[in-house]
Design a protein around this ligand. Structure first.
Ligand code: PLP
Length: 406
């Protein structure tokens, strides 16, 4: 096969090993070769079929896929001590005061009743803002819930989903929970997508594209995503978790192509990571089918009340967006002056490597000084620091420390 140097089909990965590729936060080797000894840099597509079933132990009570998979590890959430937290792309500012009032009112008046299973008040307001009808919207318990619903709905056992690499690790976990495989297509070095990303392949049932991407903060233009959606036979989910900090979005594409869907979250741009609310925009027949898959009451009464108040306060969103973008620009310039290489971010975080210093020790020093950023090591791609945009004071504290270490 002419592409042999670039494409690796993994048919039987050994049970119990992390086939994910992502080597976590710290203490992990950089630039490793893979099992077959091939330098991982050459691979553009990696196929990860379902792992082999386990052979022993009490874990046998669980489905084989659950035994075999590695858990998804969310970014560190320190519960004690005082940290400047720039590791999980939360908004550093509290949400609109209207959110707090709405939650207090809901808590005082209707906790004894089940919530609206479809979140109609939220959908009506969100639809007005997005220029669609309410039946184009599905509410979720965070956008992770939306990603779960989509994977359950579209990807069966033995089938597969596709994601770009490096990107959001959770997509892999979702495929493994289904007993499905995943196919990682490497971004080009400048974080554009190669033609392979749009090729249909056997058993491919769903494609995830985070836009802006994490960890790079880069974006694929809507015109290119429209073409991608036309080439693919399966659904394409554009994960717009960070899109409120970007210059464009893909809602219009959903109107043009029933296979293109967009997910959003209130965790980042609305300062509501603790509330857990996200939503999907898709054509009504798609939403109707997905309702069969979601939990009956997947969003609770407090999150529905808070989310409705949040999306209603577009003035708060615009002010917050401008503040974050201004701090992002300042962080980007200063980090470049300090010798870091940065992609131009359209999200509320920046991704950086350093031209002559390994970044892992910088991550560790920052942590000792009680500033948490995210160290990420992607075999075949490289490592870097992902630093969330904080308040100006938080960003300055981080930059001052980095300057001191360098
Ligand atoms: C690309 C991407 N999508 C989705 C999410 C999930 O967001 P939430 O479940 O908080 O809505 C995240 C969270 O960090 C993310 O980075």
């Amino acid at each position: 096969m002419p592409r042999a140097a670039q494409v690796v089909f993994r048919l039987a990965p050994r049970f119990g090993r992390d086939r994910s590729g992502y080597r976590g936060e710290a203490g992990l080797a950089k630039g490793r070769a893979d099992d077959d000894g091939a330098p991982v840099k050459k691979k553009i597509i990696e196929n990860h079929p379902m792992p082999n079933p386990p052979t022993s132990s009490t874990d046998r009570l669980f489905r084989a896929e659950i035994q075999a998979m590695q858990p998804y590890v969310p970014g560190e959430q320190p519960q004690g001590g005082k940290f400047i937290k720039l590791n999980t792309n939360e908004n550093p500012y509290p949400p609109s005061p209207r959110v707090i009032t709405a939650i207090q009112e809901a808590a005082a008046s209707r906790l004894e009743r089940y919530p609206d299973p479809l979140g109609t008040a939220f959908r009506v307001r969100a639809a007005e803002i997005l220029g669609v009808e309410p039946d184009w919207i599905l509410c979720g318990n965070g956008s992770d819930d939306i990603l779960t619903i989509l994977t359950r709905a579209f990807v069966g056992q033995g089938e597969k989903l596709r994601l770009p690499y490096p990107s959001y690790i959770l997509y892999r976990t979702l495929s493994q929970l289904q007993g499905a495989g995943y196919e990682e297509v490497h971004f080009q070095p400048d974080f554009t997508l190669g033609a392979r990303f749009g090729e249909q392949s056997d058993g491919l049932r769903l494609v995830f594209l985070p836009n802006p991407n994490s960890p790079s903060g880069t974006m694929i233009e809507p015109a290119e995503i429209a073409k991608l959606g036309e080439r693919l036979d399966c659904p394409l989910l554009v994960d717009e978790a960070y899109v409120d900090f970007a210059a464009t979005h893909c809602i219009e594409l959903v109107k043009q192509n029933p296979r293109i869907m967009v997910s959003r979250t209130l965790s980042k741009s609305y300062g509501l990571a603790g509330l857990r609310f996200g939503f999907l925009v898709a054509q009504p027949p798609v939403i109707a089918m997905l309702r069969k898959v979601k939990d009956s009451y997947n969003c609770d009464a407090l999150s529905l009340a808070g989310a409705t108040a949040a999306i209603d306060d577009q003035g708060w969103l615009q002010d917050n967006r401008q503040r974050i973008i201004a701090t992002r620009q300042r962080m980007t310039s200063r980090l470049r002056e300090l010798g870091f290489t940065l992609t131009d971010s359209q999200a509320n975080f920046v991704w950086c490597t350093h031209h002559d210093r390994p970044v892992q020790p910088l991550f560790e020093s920052l942590k000792k000084d009680r500033v948490l950023v995210r160290y990420m090591n992607y075999p075949g791609w490289g490592d870097g620091l992902r630093i969330s945009v904080g308040t100006d004071d938080q960003a300055d504290a981080c930059l001052t420390l980095l300057e001191k270490y360098l």
